[in-house]
Design a protein around this ligand. Structure first.
Ligand code: ATP
Ligand code: MG
Length: 358
């Protein structure tokens, strides 16, 4: 998948911008506050229907406007063209795929699989489990078409069960326990299956960029898997009723990244943590390319802040052989290193929210 033509309206300091990117590497260079992250944010919004920088979309919309719009002509992996669009104001959003409206973010996400590496990406390993759950589920969602319907059934059962816990309607609880166990067990199995495929790719990328010893990823299911999920729900029932929500299940799932059997975030340097996050994200993109011949779009904001000189060169070589579309921002062209070995890339310059191909 690649963006063939991109239109952005009213995203941060970008009033209107039209661009025809390269299907491979695109470099976006500009001074501080020129609009580089805004540009990356716009593409991210098109694929994920939200910002990666803030939960408040209002702050992303240009001050002089009350809605933003991002649209793109895309070339899909099967050779077909899809026109994607998203319009957001501070309350509502509307997505369009080939001129048809859809309210499903997942439709956009399938059409435009995106991964992003930015200066706060290390939070993936540093912060709470929600980001890691989202990361894992992005991979499973793109790898296994059955995941989304199963996940939706699970979420529905969870919402119903939590509502019953709050109103203490115990009679119906058993019905929803069964649903929760049925779909929750499948969600957990899909995550486990995905991680099994993911690990060797992640290990290979680690060897190229970090070479940390005894790296492992362990799925945290969200319940004590020494017991079956149903037994855990029964044992938790008193507690669940007292607090009015379900304590155990894949909605509390996570994964632990271990280096020599210790949590990576507790033992590696900040630079290594950033590289590990990069390796995790590259492994997801690589898995999608290997298993489905589906090339995700990769966004790298603030290239120089993420990597030292050697790793920048290695990453560019890696991305060039991966062959997908990539957008990389930097404040100076020199930060990108030697580009002489690369072909088919495009270089853009950003200034005051305007972009020009160099
Ligand atoms: N809602 C908004 N409307 C208009 N301008 C905004 C809005 N939000 C932020 N800005 C401005 O947009 C400009 C571009 O910000 P952006 O974060 O994209 O810069 P950048 O090029 O990534 O800079 P840096 O190199 O420092 O990361 C900034 O001057 C910022 O103040
Ligand atoms: Mg920036």
């Amino acid at each position: 998948m690649s963006l063939v033509k991109l239109d952005i309206y009213a995203v941060r300091n970008i009033q209107h911008l039209t661009l025809s990117p390269s299907p491979t590497l695109n470099f976006i260079v500009g001074a501080n506050a020129s609009g580089k992250s805004a540009f990356i944010e716009a593409i991210y919004i098109l694929g994920r229907a939200r910002s990666f920088r803030t939960p408040s979309i209002k702050s992303v919309i240009h001050f002089a406007h009350n809605q933003l719009l991002v649209s793109a002509q895309t070339l899909q992996s099967n050779g077909s063209q899809l026109h994607l669009g998203i319009q957001l104001d501070s309350k509502n959003f509307c997505c369009r795929i080939n001129q048809e409206n859809t309210q499903k973010r997942s439709d956009l996400a399938y059409a435009l699989p995106l991964q992003i590496i930015h200066p706060k990406s290390y939070e993936l390993l540093d912060a709470g489990p929600q980001l890691r759950r989202e990361f894992l589920d992005w991979g499973v969602f793109n790898d296994n078409a059955n995941f989304l319907p199963v996940w939706r059934h699970f979420k529905k059962a969870l919402a119903q069960r939590n509502a019953l816990l709050k109103t203490r309607e115990l009679k119906q609880l058993n019905v929803w326990d069964k649903e929760l166990v049925y779909y929750g067990t499948i969600v957990n199995q899909y995550r486990e299956d995905y991680l099994q495929k993911f690990k060797p790719l992640f290990t290979a990328i680690n060897q190229q960029f970090l070479d940390l010893p005894q790296l492992d990823i362990k799925l945290i299911s969200g319940w004590d898997t020494c017991h079956d999920f149903h037994a855990v729900l029964e044992a938790d029932r008193e507690k669940d009723l007292r607090y009015g929500f379900t304590h155990s299940g894949p909605h509390r799932g996570d994964f632990h990244l271990l280096v020599e059997q210790r949590l990576a975030k507790d033992v590696v340097s900040r630079g290594q943590l950033k590289l590990l996050v990069m390796a995790l994200k590259l492994a997801q993109v690589q898995l999608l390319a290997n298993e489905h011949d589906h090339k995700a779009c990769l966004l790298i904001d603030d290239f120089a802040a993420e990597l030292d000189v050697l790793n920048r060169a290695k990453l560019l070589a890696y991305l060039a052989q991966l062959g997908g579309q990539v957008f990389i921002t930097a404040t100076e062209q020199a930060d990108l290193g030697d580009l002489s070995q690369l072909s088919n890339y495009k270089m853009f310059h950003v200034e005051h929210g305007n972009i020009k191909q160099v």
